[in-house]
Design a binder for this molecule. Sequence first.
Ligand code: HEC
Length: 193
Amino acid sequence: MDELKFNKIFAGVLLAALLMMAGVKLGEVLVPSHHGHGHDEAKGHAYPIEVTEVASTAAAAAPAGPEPILALLAEADVAAGMKLAKKCTACHVFDEGGANKVGPALYNIVNADKGAVAGFGYSTALAEFGGGWDYDALNQFLYKPKAYISGTKMNFAGLKKPQDRANMIAYLRSLSGAPAALPTDAEIASEAQ
Ligand code: HEC
C-alpha cells in the first residue's frame, strides 16, 4: 500500500469516527432523554445567557455621576433657576431673612459653611460633613443629596440635568448682597470630570 492511499483511508476512518461522534451528540439534542420535556432542556441552555445579561445590565447602570457645571455658570439662566426653585419651596425659603421650614433658609448659601444656618436642627450626617457650599459641593449635593451626604434628611431625588443644576446654582449665587466670584478658567479646567 503506498503512502498516499494509506493516508486517504486513514482520513476516511477519522472522518467516519468524527461523524459518528457528532451524530451521537446531535441525537442527544434532537431526542430528549425524557418524553415530552424538550423545553426543559431549552431552559437549561438559556440560563448562562441570562447570567451574561444581568452582568452587562449592571455595568450599564453604573452611576454617571454629576457632570461638571463650572463652565456653565457664567452663562447660566438665573430666571430658569428661580423657576426650578419651586421644587425646593415646599421645604426652603429663599428670601433674605426668611425662616427655616422643613429645611434651612437658603439666602446667601453659596460659600456658607455646611450645616451653619442658625436655629436649624440638622441631621448629624450634614452637621458633621464639614466644608462649605462651594460650587462643586452644591453640584454634587443637588445631583443626588443622599449620594453626596449619606444620611442627610433632605428628601429630594436631585436635579439630573447639568444645565438645571447650573441654573439653580446661579440663582442661589444671586441671592446675596455680595455674590460669590464666578469660577476662574483654571478652576473650570481642573474641575473633576
Ligand atoms: C422635602 C424637603 C426638601 C426639598 C424638596 C429640598 N430640600 Fe434642601 N434640605 C432639606 C432638609 C431637611 C435639609 C437639611 C438636611 C440635613 O440636615 O441633613 C436641606 C438642606 C439643604 C442644603 C444645605 C443647607 C445647609 O445649611 O447646609 C441646601 C444647599 C439645600 N437643601 C438646597 C436645596 C435645593 C436647591 C432644593 C431644590 C432643588 C432643595 N434643597 C430641596 C429639605 C428639602
